[in-house]
Design a protein around this ligand. Structure first.
Ligand code: S3P
Length: 430
């Protein structure tokens, strides 16, 4: 599937983007492991989260869909999951595979997890290694999916010093820690998103949390609860970008999750000159949310602060497009993790920028981008949802139509994107 996006729209109005992907995955996982019922509202019914939901249903968890975005999860307790006949297919979803590795490695039955071509290229050693030290038995295809997780009687707690700031690695090890004998500690170089810690606490699990360090105690039980899911800041980021790109735009984005481990994109866009105001700050469960008002007033290039990388990790495709439309040069450093996302996001983005006439050079850990104006042309999203959505927004400032190839995977994180973008003023057609 392809899109053609024409320039000229002025983003305006009030929208609510779909639910947070990270929190939606975790609501199904922790709800399934809890004792009792968990009611989820604002669930993201994107392909990735549906892979997680189907996997737990296949393992015997009753999950009722009370509407597109409402789920009732009938928890089976930590030892209530059942073996499945075949492999669990986790599609394009790295979060499903990495977090579930921690759970499935701890069961007394075996599991095979597979994914699509993109997921099968992504590094899994970062979870296999700590889990193996905890006593898990995992076979892989040279550190990549498919993963074969063999049955074990019990895992043991470890202290894991992660080389990367990765919430997926941290969450995997913490979830395995629920099944381990003794405490499990994860230490990371920068604080990654902390949704697992917040949600475990909402389910009644005791944790010790300090900056860059979290410990989970053994022998705990999760209790079903209500999980209201905020709108996903990673999806809102495309609309922040759209409004920031066009002078005269004025967009309000409702109920956006503003967990401080996720707000790097707001800091980066503000440093580039965007006007982003927050109002009505409140909490949804243990997660802070606010309404965001974004108005366009021109952008300037910056050296992106590398300490913001972890808290903006999924938003760099949007930042690259902002840089391409800014006055002057933008430098991104310290972001080598972008190379192992759904695509190599440094290369996919730089290739797309260059194809549209922007001066951009990829570096091992980022890029150097000189602002200009997009010319009409075609880009390949490499099956990467966030690359596709970022270039769609970039078309607002192009000289002519931009055609974006291979956009089907947008449904992994943002079902209804084209409709919402049209509502906001974009000229996008299939
Ligand atoms: C996620 C963590 C991030 C992010 C991904 C979702 C999560 O990955 O890129 O989209 O839900 O834990 P890493 O933790 O590997 O950086």
């Amino acid at each position: 599937m392809n899109w053609t996006v024409s320039p000229g729209g002025v983003p305006r109005g009030t929208l609510r983007v779909p639910g947070d992907k990270s929190i939606s995955h975790r609501s199904v996982m922790l709800g399934s492991l809890a004792e009792g019922v968990t009611d989820v509202t604002g669930f993201l019914d994107g392909e990735d989260c549906l892979c997680t939901m189907k996997a737990f249903q296949a393992m015997g968890v009753r999950i009722e869909r009370l509407g597109d975005t409402r789920l009732r999860v009938h928890g089976v307790g930590l030892r209530g999951l059942k073996a499945v006949g075949g492999a669990l297919d986790l599609g394009n979803s790295g979060t499903s595979m990495r977090l579930m590795s921690g759970l499935m490695a701890a069961q007394n039955f075996g599991t095979v997890m597979v994914g699509d071509a993109s997921l099968s290229r992504r590094p899994m050693r970062r979870v296999i290694e700590p889990l193996t030290r905890m006593g898990a038995h995992i076979d892989s295809n040279d550190g990549k999916a498919p993963l074969h997780l063999h049955p074990v009687d019990r895992l043991c707690g470890i202290e894991h010093v992660s080389a990367v700031a990765s919430a997926q690695v941290k969450s995997c090890v913490l979830l395995a820690g629920l099944y381990a004998q003794g405490d499990t500690t994860v230490i990371e170089p920068e604080a990654s998103r902390d949704h697992t810690e917040r949600m475990l606490q909402a389910f009644g699990v005791r944790l010790q949390v300090a900056p860059g360090r979290v410990r989970i105690h053994d022998g705990q039980v999760l209790h079903g609860t209500a999980i209201p899911v905020p709108a996903d800041i990673s999806s809102a980021a495309f609309f922040m970008l759209a409004a920031a790109l066009v002078p005269g735009s004025d967009l309000i984005l409702q109920d956006v999750g503003i967990n401080p481990t996720r707000t790097g994109v707001i800091d980066i866009l503000r440093a580039m000159g965007a006007s982003i105001e927050m109002s009505d700050e409140r909490t949804f469960g243990g997660e802070p949310v606010a309404d965001l008002r974004v108005r366009g007033q021109g952008l300037r290039g910056v050296a992106v602060d590398p300490t913001l990388v972890a808290s903006a990790i999924d938003e760099f495709p949007a930042v690259f497009v902002a840089a391409a439309c800014a006055e002057g040069e933008t430098l991104v450093t310290g972001a080598e993790e972008l190379r192992v996302k759904e695509s190599d996001r440094i290369q996919s983005m730089v290739d797309g920028l260059v194809a549209l006439g922007i001066e951009a050079v990829a570096t091992p850990d980022g890029a150097r981008i000189r602002g200009g104006q997009f010319r009409s042309g075609q880009i390949d999203s490499h099956g990467d949802h966030r690359v596709a959505m970022s270039f769609a927004m970039g078309a607002l400032r192009a000289k002519g139509d931009i055609r974006i190839a291979d956009v089907a995977n947008v449904s992994t994180s943002f079902p209804g994107f084209a409709r919402l973008a049209t509502q906001a003023g974009l000229r996008i057609r299939l």
